[in-house]
Design a binder for this molecule. Structure first.
Ligand code: BGC
Length: 266
C-alpha cells in the first residue's frame, strides 16, 4: 500500500534540523507541499527547500519563533498566502536547557516550557482554527486536518537533570489528549510521537565518547534511532492509513520506555 499526501499542505515547525528536517523531507517525498519553519537558522531551512524543489516537490521556508503568539499567527498567515490551505501540522520545535533542579534558572525553565509546551499550544490552536474555517476537503483526506505533536519518551520516563524538559513533554501528553477529546467529533485527528534516543544534534554531546554505549544499555532493540525512523511514523500518522488512530502517542524508541534497567533487577 502506498502513502500519498498529494494535494495536502504540511507545516513542520523546527524543520531546519533534526527530527523536523527529517519529517519535512519525508512529507514532501510523500507528495505534500511543505512549510519548513525555522527559528534562527534560515540557511539550512532554505537548503532543505531547495533539495525538496530539486526533487520535484513543493516547499517554502518561513521563519517564526513558535513561543511568540504574533509570530505564530504570521507563520500560519504566510502558509495560507503561499499554499492556500493547511492539512497537516507537525508541532515539532523543541529544545533542552539542562541543569540539576537546584541550579536551574527561571529563565531556562521558562524557555523550555515556552518553546516545547506553549509553542505546541499556539501552533495547535492556529491549525485547528484553520482546519475548522476551511472545512472538509473531500477526496484529499478522510480527516478535516491532522495534528502531530512531537513529544518524547520523557512524557513518561522521569529525567533527573532535565526537569523542565520532562515537565514540558508531560504537558504535551495531556495537551494532545485533551485537544483530541475536544475536536474528534469534527473529524480532526490529533496524536503524538514520542521518540527515544535519535541520532540528531540534540544528542550529539550525549553520544560522545562512551555516551552511545551507555545509551544503548537503555535501548532493548540495540540501536540508536535515526531521524527517518521518526519521519516514517510522521508520514503514516499524517496519512489516511492511520485514519482510526486518534489521541494516541506512538513511542518510537527501540523499547526505551520498557524500562530495560529492570531486566533481572527490581
Ligand atoms: C531527548 C534526547 C534523549 C532521549 C532519550 C529525547 O527526548 O531529546 O536528548 O536522548 O529523549 O533519553
Amino acid at each position: 500500500m502506498q502513502i500519498s499526501l498529494q494535494q495536502q499542505v504540511a507545516l513542520v515547525t523546527g524543520a531546519s534540523s533534526g527530527l523536523g528536517e527529517g519529517a519535512a523531507r519525508a512529507l514532501a517525498a510523500a507528495g505534500a507541499a511543505v512549510v519548513v519553519n525555522y527559528n534562527s537558522h534560515a540557511e539550512p531551512a532554505e537548503k532543505l527547500v531547495e533539495e525538496i524543489r530539486a526533487a520535484g516537490g513543493q516547499a517554502v521556508a518561513i521563519g517564526a519563533d513558535v513561543s511568540q503568539e504574533e509570530q505564530v499567527e504570521k507563520l500560519f498567515a504566510q502558509t495560507l498566502e503561499h499554499f492556500g490551505h493547511l492539512d497537516i501540522l507537525v508541532a515539532n520545535s523543541g529544545l533542552q536547557k539542562d541543569a540539576p533542579l537546584v541550579d536551574m534558572s527561571l529563565a531556562d525553565w521558562n524557555t523550555v516550557i515556552n518553546v516545547n509546551l506553549t509553542g505546541q499550544f499556539l501552533c495547535a490552536r492556529a491549525a485547528l482554527r484553520q482546519f475548522i474555517s476551511q472545512g472538509m476537503r473531500p477526496g484529499v483526506s478522510r480527516a478535516m486536518g491532522k495534528i502531530i505533536h512531537m513529544s518524547s519518551v520523557h512524557q513518561l520516563i522521569p529525567w533527573a537533570g532535565h526537569a523542565n524538559y520532562a515537565a514540558s513533554k508531560g504537558g504535551v501528553d495531556l495537551l494532545m489528549r485533551s485537544i483530541a477529546q475536544e475536536v474528534g467529533e469534527q473529524h480532526i485527528r490529533v496524536n503524538s510521537i514520542a521518540p527515544g534516543a535519535i541520532r540528531t544534534a540534540i544528542n550529539q554531546q550525549a553520544m560522545q565518547g562512551d555516551g552511545e554505549a551507555k545509551m544503548l544499555k537503555l535501548i532493548p532493540y540495540g540501536r540508536v534511532g535515526e531521524a527517518e525512523d521518526v519521519a516514517n511514523a510522521v508520514v503514516w500518522l499524517a496519512s489516511d492509513l492511520s485514519d482510526y488512530v486518534h489521541g494516541t502517542t506512538l513511542f518510537i524508541d527501540g523499547g526505551m520506555s520498557l524500562y530495560p534497567e529492570f531486566r533481572g533487577n527490581g
